[in-house]
Ligand binder design. Structure first.
Ligand SMILES: *Cc1c(COP(=O)(O)O)cnc(C)c1O
Length: 433
């Protein structure tokens, strides 16, 4: 199985090349050429399979034999070494907590999987050439990537983040590791960071000097392992025999797109709901049919402050570029910061549940969809980050109740090390040094 570029103007590549390159030379995102449904028996046995076995079977066709089975099993086993609990908030409404990994972000799974794949590919070369992972973060990617790639042989990591627009804990997670991890603090917003990263990938001055790759969800090794979450929830709720909808807090749309790929290979999903903040280009598109990207709006759910979601083109491909098909599989809702705070309070006072701002938006969107459609099945919203990472924007009476996890207590006193940059030229200098 090969990957092709969705801009259709670049050669097809292997899984290894797609991971090492990140983005195709024509700036398109890579997409699998063939997609095989999982066999019937897989779903019959699902309740007895371990997390690692499920993830192995789900991801295997996409790795296409380029990592030996035993190695791949070991990789997914290491990647999934923590829990993904489903917490029933009220009848038939569940929070799928994806934040129990080392950086308390759902992105830990994708980052750890990609790091291990690159580590494996590097170990296979007689003389290993260094790979530089260049990544833009709106908050949570940075920490997960820094942690996932920390001390991986032959990999240098350069993280761009928007100055003043990530939380203190997030900033500490990506600026305090050192060694092969470098943080660049950009005067601008996330879209500026992402634009610089995209520009660097096209810059021929790096050829033969620096092997750049991306660890944003445009990278297939970051994107695809996220399919696992959806299978994991289904495994737990399958026996109830009711249809399931997933409400996904969305920014770059990698996570929800992985859910749709899970559906494509056979996972029963009744409907998807994209939950956004004021950066609502997709809910707007679903409503009006016009894809209208504007300036990024800063919000309290900053990991979703994305005006031009990169993965949307993959979602269109999954729905044959038909807006009608997309509308029948996806609904969208967006919420202001004020509404988000109100939902965090509602969840806390009504159910004793502390949600982070992203998860709260997921809950609101799930409820709105249920109300609008009359859906009568099981609703799952993805809780994408631990609330402790957003202490400064959670209503004070709730944030006081949150205990600092050990991993956070340890990094808070550490010294931030980041270099400020204001232009692409400075990034370039930094990479070529
Ligand atoms: C990255 C992130 C999102 C958005 O995920 P995408 O895959 O980019 O849509 C949502 N919530 C949190 C906490 C995140 O870190």
């Amino acid at each position: 199985m090969k990957y092709f570029s969705l801009h259709k103007n670049a050669p097809k590549v292997s899984f290894r090349e797609a991971v090492v390159r990140g983005l195709a030379p024509d700036r398109g995102l890579y997409y699998p050429e063939t997609i095989q449904p999982l066999p019937e028996e897989f779903f019959q046995q699902l309740s007895e399979l371990s997390n690692a076995e499920i993830a192995f079977q789900v991801i295997e066709q996409f790795v296409a034999g380029e990592i030996p089975k035993d190695e791949l099993r070991q990789i997914v086993d290491e990647v999934l070494s923590f829990d993904f609990p489903l917490v029933e908030i009220e009848p038939d409404t569940y929070s799928m907590e994806l934040f129990h990994g080392p950086t308390l972000a759902f992105k830990d799974v994708g980052a750890r999987f990609m790091a291990r794949c690159l580590g494996y590919f590097n170990s296979q070369k007689a003389t290993s050439e260094k790979v530089t992972v260049l990544v833009a973060t709106s908050g949570d990617t940075g920490g997960a990537v820094a942690n996932g790639f920390y001390e991986v042989d032959g990999v240098e990591v350069v993280i761009l983040y928007p100055s003043g627009k990530v939380s203190e804990i997030q900033e500490k997670q990506l600026t305090t590791l050192g060694k092969n991890i470098r943080a660049l603090e950009v005067e601008g917003n996330f879209d500026d960071c992402q634009a610089m990263v995209k520009k660097a990938f096209l810059d021929s001055d790096f050829e033969g000097k620096v092997n750049l790759t991306s660890a944003n969800s445009i990278n297939v090794a970051r994107w695809l392992p996220q399919m696992f979450y959806y299978f994991s929830a289904y495994k737990k709720l399958q026996s109830k025999g009711k249809p399931i909808v997933y409400s996904v807090p969305s920014g770059n749309f990698g996570n929800i797109c992985a859910g749709m790929m899970a559906q494509k290979i056979g996972l029963p999903v009744h409907h998807f709901i994209t939950a956004t903040n004021a950066n609502d280009v997709v809910p707007n598109y679903l409503r009006t049919g016009t894809f209208d990207t504007r300036e990024t709006v800063p919000t309290i759910s900053n990991a979703m402050d994305v005006a031009a979601p990169s993965n949307f083109i993959r979602i269109e491909e999954l729905h044959d570029h038909s807006l009608d098909k997309l509308r029948s599989n996806l609904s969208g809702y967006s919420y202001s910061d004020e509404e988000t705070r109100a939902t965090m309070k509602y969840l806390y006072y009504k159910f004793g549940y502390i949600a982070d701002p992203h998860g709260a938006i997921g809950y609101s969107a799930l409820k709105a969809y249920t109300r609008d459609s009359g859906f009568d099945g099981l609703g799952i919203f993805l809780e994408t980050a631990h609330p402790v990472k957003f202490l400064d924007v959670i209503p004070k009476e709730i944030s006081e109740k949150i205990d600092l996890p050990k991993s956070i207590k340890e990094i808070l006193p550490k010294k931030k090390v980041a270099q400020k940059i204001t232009s692409y030229a400075e990034l370039k200098q930094n990479l070529l040094r």
